[in-house]
Design a protein around this ligand. Structure first.
Ligand code: AMP
Length: 176
């Protein structure tokens, strides 16, 4: 029988040339729709942070909302969305960041994180790290006690870790 990790991997779908030519897209929807794979992902993510006093999980729009919510629930923490601009209804803070072509922006509610919070920042995939680096800077500006960074999948060839702060603990469940 496959180990839990082999089982999750067997449920991740590779899609060639999505969203553009030359990209091998790691599609987690095929793992999320599988009850056993979803359960293992939630369990394995939460094991990393069991004793760390996490109070908030920040999920990055949109695929980070899925694993982030599960992780928050498992840890008994709250969930906070980091969203594309113009989506959040109340007062926000924002961070602009460079993409391959042009720039992008992420926003969070200004009152989402406080000085007593221990935060896990979560996204599904670490590619170049640009998105997560911006999310980290945004959360850092809210002065929480501690920030951890987490992914389900890390694409090691793209060396996204180099874009992330060296003093922050970064973990991923699966490395390709
Ligand atoms: P990056 O800022 O380059 O680290 O890109 C991260 C974001 O793009 C994440 O939110 C991922 O969901 C998505 N992403 C980038 N590359 C891939 C890929 N090869 N497969 C799946 N998702 C990807």
């Amino acid at each position: 029988m496959a180990t839990p990790m082999e089982y999750i991997k067997s449920k991740i779908r590779d899609v060639e040339d999505f969203p553009s030519k030359g990209i091998l897209f790691k599609d987690l929807t095929t793992a999320f729709k599988d009850p056993r794979a979803l359960h293992i992902i939630g369990w394995d993510l939460s094991q990393i942070y069991r004793d760390k006093g996490v109070t908030k999980v920040v999920g990055i729009e949109s695929r980070g909302f899925i694993g982030g919510s599960i992780l928050a629930f498992e840890l008994g923490a709250g969930f906070v969305p980091a969203r594309k601009p113009g989506k959040l209804p109340a007062d926000t803070v924002r961070m602009e960041y460079a993409k391959e072509y042009g720039t992008d922006t992420i926003e969070m509610h200004r009152d989402a994180i406080g000085p007593d919070d221990v935060v896990v920042l979560h996204d599904d995939v670490l590619a170049t790290g640009g998105t997560m680096a911006a999310a980290y800077a945004l959360v850092k500006s809210m002065n929480p006690k501690k920030i951890y960074i987490n992914f389900i999948i890390e694409l090691t060839a793209l060396n996204g870790r180099a874009a992330l702060p060296a003093d922050c603990e970064v973990t991923s469940l699966i490395k390709y």
